[in-house]
Design a protein around this ligand. Sequence first.
Ligand code: ZN
Ligand code: ZN
Length: 347
Amino acid sequence: MRPSDLLIPTPAGLWCPPADIYIDPVRPVDRALITHGHSDHARAGHGAVLATRETLAIMALRYGEGFTGERQVAAPGETTRIGAVDFTFVPAGHVLGSAQIVVESRGLRIVVSGDYKRERDPTCAGFEPVRCDVFITEATFGLPVFRHPPAHGEVAKLLESVRVFPERTHIVGAYSLGKAQRVMALIREAGYERPIYVHGAMDKLTDFYLSEGAILGEIRKVVAAERKMLGGEIVICPPSAIQDVWARKFPDPVTSFASGWMRIRARARQKGVELPLIVSDHADWDDLQATIRETQAGEIWVTHGEAEALVHWCGTVGLKARPLHLVGYGDEGEAEAVGEGADAALV
Ligand SMILES: [Zn+2]
Ligand SMILES: [Zn+2]
């Protein structure tokens, strides 16, 4: 069997013909396997969904219980056979419940990474490299300019600013699934003990993380009428809210944004971000390369992001590689921000 018999890029997403399933389909399909709950990967309206327990719960929170016809839980490390193909979900280290999907048939093993990162995250299980013949990777930050500093150092910058400006509210933009809770957990690890305030668009997901055992300390929802009393406090909100009128009602706010894109100064300036924090839930340039090597795959397929640069690098180290040009997956600056905007509109 050739890799292209096992998985084929189509406009609906990656299709596995011998099992007739799609991975992270961007259009409604009969049967979907879903890597994680971000809105560009996990969409409503499929006939059946196989995903981790956490991803299924996140989809139900975002889209309602009727998000799919049937749901089936994929326990980490356990194999589900569909047709003559074996599928195994393995932690991806991206957000709570995120998984790589190992696709195996007749001695051929392909790993679909979904989105992933290698840096430690106190709110989700760490990425586990799997040896494979073909590794399918994202490349959101697949350019040499993207090297993420340790996240705890970025959070230390935030806490230092809170110390220096005790009268000002620190408003931190962060994607409401994963990044927001990771930032809260890192703030706690740094020893900050005051309540952390959250925008109404992220309290359901934050409650879910708490119910799954995340150590986030005391979390309070922002009450609109009390914003002017929150000088000196930390408020976490969706990125779309930091430039919103909502944010201007806090006392002399310091606007911050936790994202891998904050490596690019122009992006921070353009968004009016005073305190950029480079905290990313995606692998950076070095970690993309290290991960590709660890999988020992001879062939690399790149789903989305800076595919050309990563494919080029693969060529320089003798690996066969190709971009899949999958459409519909955003980087965390684009599609997921749209998702968050939709969340914010509900509140
Ligand atoms: Zn994602
Ligand atoms: Zn993504």
